[in-house]
Design a protein around this ligand. Structure first.
Ligand SMILES: Nc1nc2c(c(=O)[nH]1)N[C@@H](CNc1ccc(C(=O)N[C@@H](CCC(=O)N[C@@H](CCC(=O)N[C@@H](CCC(=O)O)C(=O)O)C(=O)O)C(=O)O)cc1)CN2
Ligand SMILES: [Zn+2]
Length: 772
């Protein structure tokens, strides 16, 4: 190999693209299908049309090789479960009767059967459906979807590369099926799974695939020697097949570490590596193993998870180094573009100058093409692009929004004392008891009440000018009245206003903070048909005006009971936004924390005695590599304390977390020093209560007794049983009664019934407590 020939062949590609379409056509078609308004054929044809137009756009933009098979009606890990035939027993009949209906039954459950569990895809806000495997799992190949999508792309005359979840990652993401002992390790099924992948690979080759990509992001996490050995075995077996396409093994989201030498030696034709952020360590590691002689290297140099334009010169210098290390170097985004919105040019409300700093999926594709062009033909072939890129980078670096001297001075002046409560917990707790006068086992909810179609329509009407500000605010006040009166009647102890004014718990705040941009069309898939519009933290952050006091005070004016103020914490604000990449996350977190600290102070001054600061993303943003975790937890917990510790001792600070296994962050939860924490626990039968107890957690906690991710209403007996279980770990003086999470995705009838049962359960269990 010579660097020159490696360069001349450079091609541009990506691993995946947003699925939903410019106007969220896929979301609308799938939800329409669920409601019976859209037939299966119409849904299929909408999907095929979206795939076609995506591939055409990618090819027109100059991409040499388009991905196929990355499309999904719901989730690509669920698609892999179908591909390998690992349909859970309870869904078999539904899948056999109707493949599409059965597919959605696995994703969402039905009245009769529970869905697959859903959890976060690595450290992103995308959720996948967890494969359920056991010693009795029999895999069978079903390559139909992969073959059909490849055939569609080839029919358009395009060069196409199927993208599959790799066997090792698939098994490492799986869990023991219900009834299988928890000690069962899905990775032990590798030998059984490989022949199925072999069959799919043969089918794809027969359908015309020259290359197939196998995604192995699980290999960027810390892996045991046995797991690395499994990866070695996997690619020795697949590489040794005779009837197969060329194999490209892809990793992303972090550095490969110990898995790099394993994959570099594997008998496959190519590797795709991430060279952005912490994964830039792949560069030296690759040199250290002597490069990839004889292999194709796909270099992920354009950040696939953030929205900032690429520094093209810097990427070219990385690519230049890589040219000496592989037979052929291609250019790509670091991961699938699924995690960024479609097109920055649609954001007409963003100032044109600032819009030039942004690259969504479409703009990132163009960057990849430019870089491949520069590599293949020299920088002279892209002079104009490089000049424009330099100008845009300079405009961003020099913009006043990225440097607000007042914000910087305040952040620099933060002392350790600013991040500590003025009194130890025992004294605060006594003061809070005296002020609030709550019963044992106090009941509360997590904040949101049903976010109805009517509320969303009112917001759409306000934006479109069909409803004035006054009319909109009346609508919100009416909703708050309903929510308060329902909670009073039901007998809940600490009330909430219900968050009807919020489009989303992150976006709502970002829209009011200086330095943050909200998008109009920047939808990103969170799970299934649920999308979010992550705000863009573009500059130094400050809070020009109170953000929530108006609604909390209004709610408090309607009742004698305490109304809990409700804020989203700094770590979650960062985790569910696109963050600036020109300063450490810790600095941005501190700015956001100071803005929220002002909001906490204003709520307190307005008479709010209980303030909840949600941090559901604290666990999710935990770095994938253990070595990076301590530094993260240090700034994350400090930012939370900076937000919450400026209050009087008798103001009670709550926090809330969900969607996670908390076992490995109990110390961090303790370090938040919140007076009360509510946690998701119903599905795991209060496991977190035992984890807190084992740690010696000293403050109050509300492990959830109502699984709000399911339409099922728990009976009062069931909730009471969960409470009794909770009491075994947490004493009555420190146990709260609440659902797992907010109620925004639930309907009113189930919400009413479930909360009535929850209050009844609290009363029953209170009456069983020994009189003190
Ligand atoms: N940011 C964030 N991440 C999170 C969560 C979260 O709450 N927020 N929760 C977890 C689970 N993820 C979730 C993600 C999205 C939704 C969700 O409900 N999304 C809604 C959109 C919410 C929203 O932005 N609503 C806006 C705009 C809604 C809209 O589509 N409006 C229509 C018109 C309104 C109508 O006629 O219905 C339009 O603009 O076309 C509003 O209420 O104002 C959806 O996809 O349907 C729920 C959970 C983890 N990550
Ligand atoms: Zn939650």
């Amino acid at each position: 190999m010579t660097a020159k020939s490696a360069a001349a062949a450079a091609r541009a590609t990506v691993y995946g693209y947003p699925r939903q379409g410019r106007n969220r056509e896929l979301k609308k078609a799938v939800e329409g299908y669920w409601q019976g308004r859209v037939g299966a054929d119409a849904l299929r044809s909408t999907a095929a049309g979206l795939r076609r137009s995506t591939w055409r756009q990618l090819a027109d933009a100059g991409l040499h090789e388009v991905p196929t098979g990355d499309f999904s009606y719901y989730d690509h890990v669920l698609d892999t479960t179908v591909m390998v035939g690992a349909i859970p027993k309870r869904h078999r009949a539904a899948v056999d009767a109707d493949a599409l209906g059965g597919y959605f039954a696995m994703a969402r459950g039905t009245q009769e059967v529970a869905p697959l569990e859903m959890t976060k895809w690595f450290d992103t806000n995308y959720h996948y459906l967890v494969p359920e495997l056991g010693p009795g799992t029999v895999f069978t190949a079903d390559s139909a979807k992969q073959v059909a999508e490849l055939t569609e792309a080839l029919a358009l005359g395009l060069s196409a590369r199927p993208v599959l979840v790799g066997p090792v990652t698939y098994l490492l993401l799986a869990k023991p099926a219900p009834g299988v002992p928890a000690g069962f390790e899905p990775l032990t099924l590798l030998e059984a799974l490989l022949p199925v992948y072999a069959e799919v690979l043969a089918d794809l080759r027969a359908a015309g695939a020259e290359w197939v990509q196998l995604d192995e992001p699980a290999l960027v996490q810390d892996r045991t020697p046995a797991e690395l050995q499994a990866a070695e075995r996997c690619y020795r077996v697949l590489g040794g097949l005779t009837d197969r396409p060329k194999l490209l093994v892809a990793s992303y989201f972090d550095r490969l570490g110990d898995a790099l030498p394993v994959l570099a030696k594997a008998p496959v034709e190519g590797l795709a590596l991430d060279f952005t952020g912490a994964a830039a360590a792949n560069l030296d590691a690759l040199a250290a193993v002597g490069g990839l002689p004889g292999k194709r290297l796909v270099a992920g140099v354009v950040d696939g998870r953030n929205v900032w334009i690429n520094d093209l010169s810097k990427s070219l210098s990385t690519l230049g180094t890589l040219l000496g290390l592989a037979d052929r170097v291609d250019v790509a985004a670091s991961c699938s573009l699924l995690h960024v919105p479609l097109d920055a040019s649609a954001e007409r409300d963003v100032e044109p100058q600032i819009r030039r700093w942004l690259a969504f999926a479409r703009q990132k594709t163009a960057e990849v093409v430019t870089l491949a062009e520069a590599l293949a033909r020299g920088t002279g072939s892209v002079t104009a692009e490089l000049a424009a890129n330099r100008a845009d980078l300079a405009s961003r670096a020099g913009s006043p929004i990225t440097r607000d001297p007042a914000v910087r001075a305040r952040a620099a002046a933060v002392t350790d004392a600013d991040t500590r409560r003025s009194q130890p917990y025992a004294e605060r707790s006594a003061a809070q008891r005296a002020r609030l006068g709550l019963p044992l086992l106090p009941t509360t909810t997590i904040g949101s009440f049903p976010q109805t179609g009517g509320l969303r329509r009112a917001r759409a009407d306000l934006r479109a000018g069909r409803l004035g500000t006054g009319g909109y605010e009346e609508r919100i006040e009416a909703e708050i009245q309903e929510v308060i009166s329902f909670q009073e009647t039901t007998g809940i102890d600490v009330l909430v206003h219900g968050e009807p004014e919020r489009n989303d718990m992150v976006q709502y705040f970002a829209e009011q903070l200086t330095g943050c941009l909200a998008t109009r069309h920047g939808w990103v898939q969170s799970y299934g048909t649920r999308y979010v519009r992550p705000p863009i933290l573009a500059g130094d952050v400050s809070r020009p005006e109170p953000m929530t006091v108006r609604w909390t005070s209004y709610a408090q004016s309607l009742t004698e009971r305490p109304v809990k103020g409700m804020l989203t914490g700094p770590v979650t604000m960062l985790a569910w936004s696109f963050v600036r990449d020109d300063q450490p996350l810790a600095d941005t977190a501190r700015q956001v924390a100071l803005a929220l600290r002002d909001e906490v102070a204003d709520l307190e001054a307005a008479g709010t005695a209980v303030i909840q600061v949600d941090e559901p993303a604290l666990r999710e943003t935990l770095p994938l590599r253990a070595a990076d975790r301590a530094a993260y937890l240090a700034w994350a917990t400090e930012a939370f304390r900076l937000t919450t510790t400026g209050v009087r001792p008798d103001t009670q600070i709550h926090t809330h977390m969900c969607y996670a296994e908390f076992g490995d962050i109990v110390q961090a939860i303790d370090d938040l020093d919140a007076d009360v924490i509510s946690l998701e626990a119903a599905r795991s039968h209060m496991q977190v209560a035992r984890e807190l107890a084992a740690h010696g957690y000293p403050r109050e906690a509300g492990p959830g007794v109502y699984d709000i991710h399911s339409p099922r209403v728990p009976g009062a007996d069931e909730a009471a049983d969960l409470l009794r279980t909770g009491l075994k770990a947490i004493p009555a003086e420190r146990l709260w009664v609440n659902p797992d999470c907010g109620l925004k995705t639930r309907g009113w009838p189930e919400t009413r019934a479930a909360l009535e049962n929850l209050v009844a359960a609290a009363r029953t269990v209170r009456s069983e407590l020994p009189a003190s």
